[in-house]
Write a protein that binds this ligand. Structure first.
Ligand code: SF4
Length: 313
């Protein structure tokens, strides 16, 4: 459903309608690590990943989930960002990477906090089981629950290249099983990975349309210092020719094309990612603010008299 004046299905507006007021996510680090880093699936992790880039500014190490929620509430209140509904967002690492019993303790601690009305669990599509889905389905009966899967690319060659160690079919299966349980599904997609180009990205969007997800986050590739992809970007710039051609204007045009090919049932949560400046070696968008990019996209949609999904008709 579009938010009419925005011309796309805005996640913030959709969640406000659904939850009856402004929703604020509080990013939480459950310190669960990642099987793609510790050798369980692979060593080293995805080539683009720098886990500290996802750590919230208010997180003190190590702290309990309750302490993190309190710190996050304080952080947002100090910036006058109060909300009607707060959701605990398990963001850093792979947040289903533990036994179902341990996960129940973690999620329940968050849900026991009086300010928290639900949880969002970020994870890999190969790190979910029916036992963990049982748990999340059970929790979803009286609280808001969503799982955010890192799809990152729909192209298996790209997934292999970035050391992801799962395929797109893995993501399709995980999402189908999650939707069968009535649990909301979000997805992440990175724009500008090696060998990506505009046409590949639009092909990906058509595959994303068939997944049945509720919402999506788009991230421009950010090249963090010290990552494997930073070395690759410096040594093999020819693999990044599309990425290296991006700037804020071209990226906004790309997003408009993406939106026009994106099923209008899918809410869009993000157009760009942000990270502490000192961690980033290169971003094609500089330090652009998410609100600025969003305004650029809406302006373009308005000028074109276009809206989300209109290229699918
Ligand atoms: S992006 Fe996710 S799956 Fe990949 S290494 Fe980082 S935490 Fe692990």
């Amino acid at each position: 459903m579009h938010t009419p004046h925005l011309r796309y299905n805005d996640y913030g507006s959709a969640m406000r309608r659904r939850m009856g007021g402004r929703v604020q996510k509080l990013a939480i680090d459950a310190h669960l690590g990642c099987p793609n880093r510790d050798g369980t699936i692979a060593h080293g992790g995805c080539t683009f990943c720098l886990d500290k880039a996802f750590s919230p500014a208010y997180k003190e190490q190590p702290s309990t989930i309750t302490q993190q929620i309190d710190s996050a509430l304080h952080f947002h209140a100090a910036r006058r960002r109060t909300a009607d509904t707060y959701l605990a967002y398990f963001q850093t690492g792979t947040n289903t990477y533990a036994s179902a019993d341990r996960l129940e303790e973690i999620y329940s601690e968050a849900l026991a906090h009086p300010a928290i009305k639900g949880i969002i669990v970020g994870t890999r599509p190969d790190c979910i089981t029916s036992e963990k889905l049982d748990l999340l389905e059970h929790l979803s009966h009286n609280r808001y629950v969503a799982i955010e899967y890192g799809i990152e690319s729909t192209n298996d060659d790209t997934l292999r290249h970035i050391n992801r160690h799962h395929t797109f079919v893995t993501a399709q299966r995980a999402i189908a099983l999650t939707r069968e349980r009535g649990i909301d599904v979000g997805a992440h997609l990175i724009l500008g990975l090696p060998f990506d180009d505009h046409a590949h990205i639009l092909e990906s969007i058509l595959k994303i349309n068939s997944l049945g997800i509720n919402y999506i986050k788009f991230h421009q590739l950010q090249i963090y210092r010290g990552t494997a992809i930073a070395t690759e970007w410096l040594d093999h710039p020819e693999r990044f020719s599309f990425y290296n051609s991006l700037n804020a204007e071209i990226y906004a045009d790309l997003l408009v094309d993406i939106l026009r090919h994106l099923n209008s049932d899918i809410a869009v949560d993000r157009f760009v990612s942000t990270a502490p400046h000192n961690l980033v070696l290169h971003s094609p968008l500089g330090g652009i603010r998410p609100d600025t990019m969003r305004s650029m996209v809406i302006e373009r949609l308005t000028t074109l008299n276009a809206q989300q999904g209109d290229a699918l008709r």
